[in-house]
Design a protein around this ligand. Structure first.
Ligand code: AMP
Ligand code: MN
Ligand code: MN
Ligand code: MN
Length: 276
């Protein structure tokens, strides 16, 4: 099967590497079809496409859009988008707004928990300050010696019920799918195993997503356990959704799964790239 890796992040959002270094790493790791999917931002696409072209690596323009659904944050990946589409660009700009204000509130909470200087500390890790996010705070908390690594931080801070969590209203499912489709792309539910939903809620998310024209779901991702590859393969078959595969790579020191280092999709699935 084609080694497709259709989910990763550059330093244009919360990844550690610039787009050309990601392209080189994908190529070196044997990736044959590669997408860059920064959070709420397409500013890295041109550099990624150019670098991939020079390496002879097939490239797909992507984005990972933050939405709020049933009161929780969900991510929708768009693949094969025209990154210059005005509707998509305006939509993404509206999603990015408010991250600095939210960052101030996160820092206020951390200060009350006895950790000063988090706003400036997190900003130092954000190469693109517009995209200041929890990953940058997590890196600051590691640097400050609060926890030894980013996963330990997310087990104790920055998530619901812990210090440094600020509820945020992102875009809606309808908006995100609409922007992606309007830009000629295919919408995919990112890492479905990561959401705190009941089976009924997940069914409702999938059925609304399909009604809106959503087409795919991630099955094999760095955010799933091997058990979840099989359970979400069943979900994809049952719902008639195209299956996607992506490492969700953020950086060499941080990510469990490297670019291209994933098992193949389970049998009996239609890959999201089947007609590309
Ligand atoms: P934000 O968009 O600012 O809310 O940040 C979300 C990002 O935080 C995700 O894209 C991940 O990169 C990171 N993240 C969230 N939860 C975890 C976790 N449990 N472990 C590692 N990284 C996480
Ligand atoms: Mn991220
Ligand atoms: Mn995500
Ligand atoms: Mn991601």
């Amino acid at each position: 099967m084609l080694n497709a890796d259709l989910h990763c992040h550059s330093n244009v959002s919360d990844g550690m590497l610039p787009p050309p270094e990601l392209a080189a790493r994908a190529k070196a790791n044997g990736v044959e079809l590669w997408a860059l999917t920064d959070h709420d931002e397409v500013g890295g696409i041109a550099a990624a496409r150019k670098a991939a072209g020079e390496l002879g690596l097939r490239f797909v323009a992507g984005v990972e859009i933050s939405i709020t659904w049933a009161g929780k944050t969900v991510h929708i990946v768009g693949l094969g988008i025209d990154e210059n589409d005005p509707g998509l660009c305006a939509g993404l700009e509206s999603v990015r707004g408010g991250r600095l204000r939210r960052g101030r509130e996160i820092a206020d909470q951390l200060e009350q928990a006895g950790i000063p200087g988090a706003y400036e500390g997190a900003l130092k890790f954000a190469d693109n300050p517009d995209m200041l996010g929890r990953t940058h705070f997590a890196r600051f908390l590691v640097e400050a010696g609060v926890r030894p690594n980013v996963s330990e931080v997310f087990a104790n801070y920055l998530v619901e019920g812990k210090p440094g969590f600020v509820p945020h209203r992102w875009s809606t499912l309808e908006e995100a799918v609409g922007w992606i489709r309007g830009a000629g792309g295919r919408a995919v539910i990112a890492h479905p195993g990561r959401y705190p939903f009941t089976d009924m809620q997940l069914d409702a998310l999938i059925s609304t997503f399909r009604d809106l024209g959503g087409e795919g779901i991630e099955v094999v991702t760095g955010s799933h356990t091997p058990d979840q590859y099989d359970s979400f393969a069943r979900v994809a078959r049952h719902a008639g959704l195209l299956a996607s595969r992506g490492s969700d790579f953020h950086g060499p020191a941080e990510s469990r799964v490297d670019l291209g280092h994933l098992p193949p999709l389970p049998a009996g699935l239609m890959p999201v790239w089947h007609d590309w």
